[in-house]
Every structure is written in C-alpha cells, then in structure tokens.
Design a binder for this molecule. Structure first.
Ligand code: UDP
Ligand code: MG
Length: 326
C-alpha cells in the first residue's frame, strides 16, 4: 500500500461506492436496489456516495428518499451540472472508505462484479480496472472510438488497459489521494495512479445496454480525450522538471537559428548579400523563439515550485516504512 501521511476521517467504512448521477430518474431506484443487494452480501462496512450532477429531472428527490431510507447511502447535490468528472471528484472527496469504487447509475455496470474487484484489491493490487469485453453500446459512436482511444491512451500513458472508459474500477485511496481531476480526466485516473507507483490489474466485467434514459455523450468527447491525454502526458513526463522540456525545445530552436545565421554568412561568401537573403530572417526568428522557450521553462520551474511547496505536495511516494514507529 502506498502511503503519504494522514488518512481520511470517517472511521470504519472500508468500501465506498461512488456514483455520479445526471438525469437518471428512471434508473436510480432500480440501481440502488440492485447495488444494496450486493453490498448486503459483503463482509465489510460499505457506503454509497451519490453525487447528483445538477439533474433537471426527479433524480434529486429520489436520492433524497434513498438517503432517508438507507443509512448506508450518502447524497451530495450539486448546484448545477458540472460534468461527470466533477461529480466523481466530489464523490471521492466525500467518501470515507479506503477502497473507492466508482460506477455509473444507469445500470450499465453490474454491481455483482464488485466482489471480484475487492478480491483483486485483497490480493494486493492498488488499481483494478474493469474491462467491458462484450460491450453493449452502439459500435460506430461508442465502441469503435473507444477502441482507438484505449489504444492511444495505453501507448502514450504507458499502462496497457483495454478499457479506460469503463467507469467500474476499484482504487485504493492511498494511490488517488493526491489526484485532482480537471476537464474530463476521470478516465485517466489509472495513469495518475501509475505515476505514484500503483500496482494495476484488469478484470473482465459484465456490461448491459442502457435500460432507460439517454446517454449524455456523443462523438464530441473524442477530441477532448486527445487534448486531455496531451496534458496528462506532459504533466507526467515533465511536471517536476519543465525546464527539460522547454529547455530542449528552446535549445534545438536556438541551434537551428545559429545554423541559419552561419548559412547566411556562408551565402555572403558566395556573393548573396545578407539583406537580400531571407535566411537571416529565419535565423533571427528561430533564435528569438528558442530563447523564449528557455525563458518559459524557467518560469515553469518557478510555477512548479510554487505548486509543490505552497501545498506541501510530495514529489515522491512511499510504499512502506520500517522501524519508524516510535
Ligand atoms: N453523468 C454525470 N454528469 C454528466 C454526464 C453523465 O454525472 O454531465 C453520469 C451519468 O448519470 C451516468 C454516468 O455519468 O451515471 C455515465 O454517463 P452515460 O451513461 O451517459 O455515459 P456512457 O455510458 O454513455 O458513456
Ligand atoms: Mg452509460
């Protein structure tokens, strides 16, 4: 288990199921019933943290009723729609368990898979990722783009998973404690966990067609995934050493500028006057650009220090300590 000081208050809860809800009035009660049945059979203390993401249907009232009848259910209501990632973040922030299991409220994920996740966590894994091997979603708008996205994320992120998009996953709190999610980055939690050294595995899960209500996503999420991935990759590769990134780029550009300048001089030797040679413009432009990049790297270094030191964020993670308790 990876630790880094202090654990969440909340005492005895071991497992938190976190559920984002947006306009799921037709699903929410059936979902709660099915999930409760599974949780009753577990031998550990559980809670369900619902976050209503500004639903405009009856979901908030239904959740209120669920909270009144089930002491295991906790409910957070957003003021407006902030998106699935924000809802998952809020649910995680308000969860007390040491094991966090997100899942969708639309009954597409099967609660009966939960024991398999817990078993893997007990085996010592920090992240268990669900894989909807036979996915019950439209091929062209969901399954195919998702295949490509998973390939890309695996290749760029360095963690080979078949299904980043599957909501049903399990995390040990210790590996996601420092994760802050922006945009639509909940898909990338396994990558953030990987950065702190999490042990990750994958299991196949059951997937069902959406029983009622509408999917909230179309094809527009594809380009967001690509942009988010770019950010995640940059943060993971260069966050603690931005000058390496900007500096190398700046160095290359400046060098190209200098070469261009030398070439201009050489041309002068052959009889082409400098003021008639466009390469001089290239030389000046590239050199200034390169210099700017290096300066940007220095500013990024300052920002990075502020980021870590003002929040006392660790730049390393410890799995275990021995002979320290005194
Ligand atoms: N969701 C949310 N906020 C949003 C969009 C979706 O909380 O802005 C929730 C939604 O209620 C569901 C889950 O996120 O529980 C997944 O959404 P959806 O089923 O529409 O995604 P899909 O399965 O089609 O990828
Ligand atoms: Mg769904």
């Amino acid at each position: 288990m990876i630790e880094n000081g202090g654990s969440k208050p909340g005492g005895s809860v071991a497992v938190s199921i976190v559920v984002p809800v947006y306009n799921e009035e037709e699903n929410i009660q059936a979902f709660h019933k099915e999930l409760s049945g599974v949780l009753d059979g577990l031998d550990c203390a559980c809670e369900i943290v619902f976050v209503d993401d500004g639903s405009t249907d009856r979901s908030p009232e239904l959740l209120r009723a669920i909270a009144a009848s089930d002491p295991r259910a906790r409910v957070v209501l957003f003021t407006r729609n902030f998106g699935q990632t924000a809802a998952i973040s809020a649910a995680m922030d308000n969860a007390a368990g040491d094991i966090i299991i997100p899942m969708d409220a639309d009954l597409q994920n099967d609660p009966h898979d939960i024991p398999k996740f817990l078993e893997k966590i007990r085996e010592g894994y920090d992240v268990v990722s669900g894989w909807r091997r036979s996915r019950k979603d439209p091929f062209l708008t969901k399954t195919l783009p998702s295949r490509m996205a998973n390939w890309l994320i695996s290749a760029v992120g360095g963690v080979r998973l078949h299904d980043y998009g599957c909501s049903l996953k399990a995390y040990r709190r210790s590996v996601i404690r420092h994760v802050r999610l922006y945009g639509e980055m909940h898909r990338f939690i396994p990558l953030f966990a990987h950065q702190v050294g999490a042990r990750t595995t994958e299991i196949e899960v059951n997937h069902r067609p959406r029983a009622a209500g509408k999917s909230k996503y179309g094809l527009s999420r594809i380009y967001k995934v690509v942009l988010d991935l770019f950010v995640v990759k940059f943060l993971s590769a260069y966050f603690t050493k931005p000058i390496y990134f900007f500096g190398s780029l700046g160095g290359l550009l400046s060098a190209a500028g200098v070469l261009s300048g030398v070439w201009t001089l050489y041309d002068r030797h052959l009889g082409v006057f400098v003021h008639k040679n466009p390469k001089i413009l290239l030389a000046i432009f590239l050199f200034i650009l390169g210099f700017q990049f290096i300066m940007m790297g220095l500013i990024a270094e300052l920002l990075m220090r502020t980021y870590y030191e003002s929040q006392e964020k660790p730049t390393y993670f410890i799995r275990e300590k021995m002979n320290f308790d005194a």
